[in-house]
Design a binder for this molecule. Structure first.
Ligand code: PMP
Length: 431
């Protein structure tokens, strides 16, 4: 039996696996490249869904983890003091931009958001939350309830009361075709309308991704979250920035995605890249909010010695090598190259830094085309490039490589992706 057949025989049907019958088994990696079980090497433009943020087999990170393993202690308990956990929390608090910040470590982004919801609902004594359509925040009852993306919403059993704001999708819906100022005005009107008409009494928080990740890298103009914030402040509603995909310099212009918005959130959630593959997430927030949980709360593995050894090495690497600057430089090459493509099957090239999305449509329309997206996705793989898919309609190619991506690698990947787009463009015209 093939590994795919064994996977299918033992795992539930709803687990997504890329490339269908040609599912990929990666057995090793180096830098920005991975090798599969047949010995074929790929340039990785998806980085384990924006998680292998520094790259594969990076000495500084492997050494930090090995050195912790060398102590004989992979884990005891977070009930004891863990030096590297405290050190990492200190560093993260310092760069968070939040005054008087506290940090709580978790094992995933889902758990980070679940914890942020726990804090926000407790401090506000309200179970009402506002979320943005097309969002993804996780897979538990609480986080699924604030996930506005039907592919990922399998349950309505959450104890939260959630109301929805329009996403900043400029291709369709309420924000279609709007310029920056009009979009911000429309978003603020939408927020005011939702608060005045469908919420009941106090709302605990608004949660937003500065750039929607799973949703296909949809983002509003700079300043949008700040404009929301002015309205939220009128009634003390908290702002939670989900930086699981946008944090640590990925967006190039800023260290945190929220910094494009002239605002400081009350809570920031993070995960993915900070562990470079070792499971690490968490929440950062103002002490007053973070301390509001009335009972004790504890995560067996949250901030464990291995993951926080990795986390320190990752954060030091990001800062010492100015990976934010690299994301900006190399991301600009990709953005410029993709925007220059002469095709009408791409309706938008979005994003910033090393977080770039291409939205595919029927030529000359805004009708989503998931089939052509899948074709581009497969052609990239055939030609040695791994990319991601996403978007509400499955019609966005997502690029989120390691922030160490070199210019040469960017140009190699850009050539493969451009050729895939142009091949799909020709095919659709000759059908
Ligand atoms: N928030 C965002 C913005 C995400 O992209 C994700 C994961 N795709 C999560 C939360 C959930 O993270 P995890 O899969 O680590 O639970």
């Amino acid at each position: 039996m093939s590994l795919l057949d064994r996977h299918r025989a033992v795992m539930p049907t709803w687990m997504p696996v890329y490339y269908g019958e040609d599912a990929l088994e990666i057995v090793s990696g180096s830098g920005r490249r991975v090798t599969d079980a047949t010995g074929r090497t790929y340039l990785d433009f998806f980085g384990g869904v924006l998680t292998t943020m520094i790259g594969y087999d990076i000495a500084e990170i492997s050494d930090a983890v090995r050195s912790q393993i060398g102590t004989g202690v992979a884990h005891t308990s977070t009930l004891y003091l863990i030096r590297q956990q405290v050190e990492l929390a200190e560093k993260i608090a310092r760069i968070s931009g939040i005054p008087d910040a506290r940090v709580f470590f978790t094992n995933s982004g889902t758990e980070a958001n679940e914890s942020a919801l726990l804090m926000a609902t407790n401090v506000r004594r309200s179970n009402q939350v506002l979320a943005i359509k097309n969002s993804y925040h996780g897979r538990t009852f609480g986080t699924m309830a604030i996930t506005g993306h039907r592919s990922w919403s399998s349950s309505s059993l959450s104890p939260l009361s959630v109301n929805w704001l329009a996403s900043a999708d400029r291709l369709r819906g309420r924000m279609a075709g709007l310029g920056d100022t009009d979009l911000i005005d429309a978003a603020v009107d939408d927020l005011r309308e939702v608060l005045a008409t469908v919420t009941a009494g106090d709302v605990a928080a608004l949660i937003a991704e500065p750039i929607q990740g799973v949703g296909g890298f949809v983002h509003g103009p700079d300043g949008l979250l700040g404009a929301y914030r002015k309205v939220l402040d009128e009634s003390g509603i908290l702002l939670i920035a989900d930086e699981v995909q946008t944090g640590w310099g990925r967006t190039g212009d800023h260290f945190w995605g929220y910094q494009a918005h002239d605002v400081v959130p009350d809570l920031i959630t993070f995960a993915k890249g900070i562990g470079n593959g070792y499971a690490l997430g968490g929440v950062i927030g103002r002490a007053e909010v973070m301390n509001a949980v009335p009972a004790i709360s504890f995560a067996t593995f949250g901030g464990n010695p291995i993951s926080t050894a990795a986390g320190n090495a990752v954060l030091d690497y990001v800062l010492d090598h100015d990976l934010q600057g690299n994301a900006k430089r190399v991301g600009t090459i990709l953005l410029d190259g993709l925007r220059a493509l002469d095709t009408s099957i791409v309706a938008a090239v979005r994003g910033r830094g090393l977080m770039i999305g291409l939205e595919f449509v029927r030529p000359g329309t805004t009708e989503p085309d998931p089939a052509v997206t899948a074709r581009v996705f497969d052609l990239c793989r055939q030609n040695g490039l791994l990319v991601g898919k996403g978007g509400l309609y499955g019609n966005v190619i997502r690029i989120g490589p390691a922030l160490t991506l070199t210019e040469a690698e960017a140009r190699d990947g850009l050539a493969i992706l451009s050729e895939a787009v142009m091949t799909a463009d020709t095919e659709i015209r000759t059908l």
